[in-house]
Design a protein around this ligand. Structure first.
Ligand code: HEC
Ligand code: HEC
Length: 277
């Protein structure tokens, strides 16, 4: 017995060290998930792998603030931008009067959204290569692969897509000129939101209080995320009108007065209020 122990003694520090590392590895809090870096999107990825990355990018870079992806809902859909479900099929040959290949058209739709306007929609989409979307070239390829997957099997690989021209990447000139700020606290006052809304629970003005519980409940009633609910309420207040409040009183034109970056900032700010509970 004592013999076995003394035999094992030299290994004890090693066991302790291993034990420590196992414990330490488990103790490190799970690192925050980061979106894929442009350089990780390589020419080696298959179109299907690219499409998976593209799906995450579309979700995270705010495309769904304007676009829906709802099979069967038609091009119009319920968003400010076209419903992207089935886009690969309806743009299989590009568009008349624009690029006549699917990839060429999708690249143009991202780089220069104003070059071809989908019928019935306004020119409000910011070029995806500038703020606030800021897609790098490889990310744009991944997004195109994802768009191809909406109705067809993706085929695109890095290198198949033209690179954006200099004019599409020069962010400042591409951004709509707007004297207004995109500081949400300042906007809340400048846009007179505060005249009708308090951020404190139970403090009803002309409109409902934009407090955590109320907004979360309203979003849940609509069955959409808090961010989507806020975007909808600001851009399209008529879609969901809160019972017990005057209808049609909230200005209907914030969607045209605010650019995408400003809307995004305002939604994030209010959503952060909503989560603070
Ligand atoms: C601020 C609202 C807004 C945002 C944000 C936005 N879009 Fe758009 N998008 C539109 C509108 C409106 C149109 C239709 C007018 C046009 O063709 O430019 C459009 C058109 C498109 C089209 C062409 C659709 C068709 O039927 O031919 C594609 C593809 C597209 N967007 C993809 C995206 C992607 C991907 C993102 C995110 C990187 C994005 N959009 C972000 C509003 C937006
Ligand atoms: C003139 C008054 C007025 C102004 C200004 C106004 N709102 Fe509203 N808002 C209302 C009213 C009334 C409602 C409730 C009826 C409805 O849903 O349209 C409402 C509803 C909302 C809702 C949905 C809340 C819920 O729980 O259902 C949000 C979010 C919202 N407003 C945000 C804003 C923001 C952000 C601004 C400024 C950019 C703003 N409003 C400006 C009157 C106003």
């Amino acid at each position: 017995m004592s013999r076995t122990l003394s035999y094992a003694t030299p290994f004890v520090p090693a066991f302790l060290a291993i034990g420590f590392f196992v414990w330490f590895a488990n103790w490190i809090p799970q690192t925050r998930w980061e979106p894929p870096k442009a350089q990780e999107i390589s020419a080696a990825l298959t179109p299907v792998e690219l499409a998976q990355i593209g799906q995450t990018i579309v979700r995270q870079r705010g495309c769904l603030a304007c676009h829906t992806i709802e099979p069967g809902a038609g091009v119009k859909g319920a968003g400010r931008g076209p419903n992207l479900a089935g886009i690969a099929v309806r743009r299989a040959q590009g568009v008349t009067g624009g690029p006549d290949t699917q990839i060429g058209y999708l690249a143009q739709a991202l780089y220069e959204p104003g070059a071809y306007l989908v019928e019935g929609f306004a020119n409000i989409m910011p070029p995806s290569t500038s703020a606030p979307t800021n897609l790098g070239y490889e990310e744009a390829v991944a997004v195109i692969a994802y768009l191809q997957s909406l109705g067809k099997t993706p085929t695109v690989k890095v290198g198949d897509v033209p690179r954006p021209t200099a004019s599409a990447t020069s962010a400042p000139s591409a951004q709509p000129a707007s004297a207004a700020t995109d500081d949400p606290v300042a906007m809340f006052t400048a846009l007179t939101c505060d005249g009708c809304h308090s951020l404190k629970a139970g403090e009803t003005k002309i409109g409902p209080a934009l407090d955590a519980a109320g907004m979360q409940q309203a979003a849940a009633e609509r069955g959409i995320s808090l961010e989507a609910f806020l975007m909808e309420s600001i851009v399209n207040p008529k879609t969901y009108e809160r019972q017990g409040f005057p209808s049609g009183v909230m200005p209907q034109d914030y969607g045209t007065r605010l650019n995408a970056a400003q809307l995004d900032a305002l939604v994030r700010y209010l959503a952060a209020q909503g989560r603070r509970s």
